[in-house]
Write a protein that binds this ligand. Structure first.
Ligand code: ATP
Ligand code: MG
Length: 262
């Protein structure tokens, strides 16, 4: 299953993508977590130190992969498919939390910092990545809506759009859902995050109802998660209300079934 996590900046995309990836990994699934954000920080959510994170070679700088994908290096040879095993073995790093991590990065040599080539690489990769029944690929998307125009997440099975009770985040979530609705993505859901009380939950649910958006989960505001963001020490899985809710979300996603109903 290929899952993308999108939404306005700073609302918990990386936290939710990383925690879902870790949960699935603990359940025994082979998991690839892909950081498609040009300022990557999924690595730390998965337990790597800032030094280890800095040593990761982003795929945008991984010439071997780009050549393989574009076929420019070997005339007539164009690999049409990748397996999760290929990616885990060759193009990702292991993390203490379990998932294999792949970082998109930006194309520095282009000077402009344009992420377009890296985006098209991720798009091509997702398209040609053959994901078996028990394998999970999770994308932590760049904030905002632009990447939808580029179709980076076009080939995922499920899009989770993160929003809190703030009107601006809900409006951005609505735009993302509308744009994604015009793409091939069939399963698009809103996930409320940092929900502090019933009033906030109600306002997210009411907004979603009004705009015909399905809500898959409500992740509570969790002081331990906010604290972990400051200290770098992860919250306790069994005690953190947010992590428990993300575990439930993972089970709900599993119950949605694989991609055959796409
Ligand atoms: N449920 C929650 N309860 C409390 N704090 C949270 C929760 N979810 C996320 N946070 C905190 O909010 C901050 C932003 O989270 P995160 O980095 O995951 O957001 P993001 O959407 O990936 O941001 P960006 O757009 O910058 O990539 C972090 O400090 C994180 O620890
Ligand atoms: Mg992030």
């Amino acid at each position: 299953m290929k899952i993308a996590v999108a939404g306005k900046g700073g609302l918990g995309k990386t936290f939710i993508a990383g925690s879902l990836a870790s949960y699935f990994s603990r359940q025994g699934h082979p998991v690839i977590a892909i950081d498609t954000d040009p300022s990557p920080n999924l690595a730390m959510t998965l337990g790597l130190s800032p030094e280890e994170a800095a040593r990761i070679v982003p795929i945008a700088e991984n010439e071997q992969l780009i050549r393989l994908k574009t076929g420019t290096e070997f005339s007539g040879v164009f690999r049409l498919t990748f397996s999760v095993e290929d990616i885990i073995g060759k193009y990702s790093v292991a993390t203490p939390a379990g998932p294999s991590l792949m970082v998109m990065g930006t194309v520095r040599s282009m000077g402009s910092g344009c992420t377009c080539p890296a985006n098209s690489l991720v798009k091509a990769l997702l398209r040609h990545l053959v994901v078996e029944r028990n394998e999970i690929v999770i994308l932590d998307m760049e904030a905002g809506v632009e990447h939808l125009g580029r179709g980076t997440a076009e080939h995922v099975d499920i899009l989770l759009v993160i929003a809190d009770a703030n009107r601006k985040s809900l409006e951005i979530a609505k735009t993302i859902c509308r744009l994604a609705g015009n793409s091939a993505i069939k399963k698009i859901f809103l996930v409320g995050n940092r929900i502090a009380d019933v009033r906030q939950e109600t306002s997210v649910r009411t907004f979603a109802d009004e705009h015909g958006i399905a809500v898959l989960a409500m992740i509570p505001f969790d002081p331990a998660v906010a604290e972990a963001g400051m200290t770098g020490n992860p919250p306790d899985d069994d005690l953190s209300p947010a992590l428990l809710a993300i575990g439930k979300l993972a089970e709900t996603i599993s119950a949605l079934g694989p991609e055959q109903d796409k």
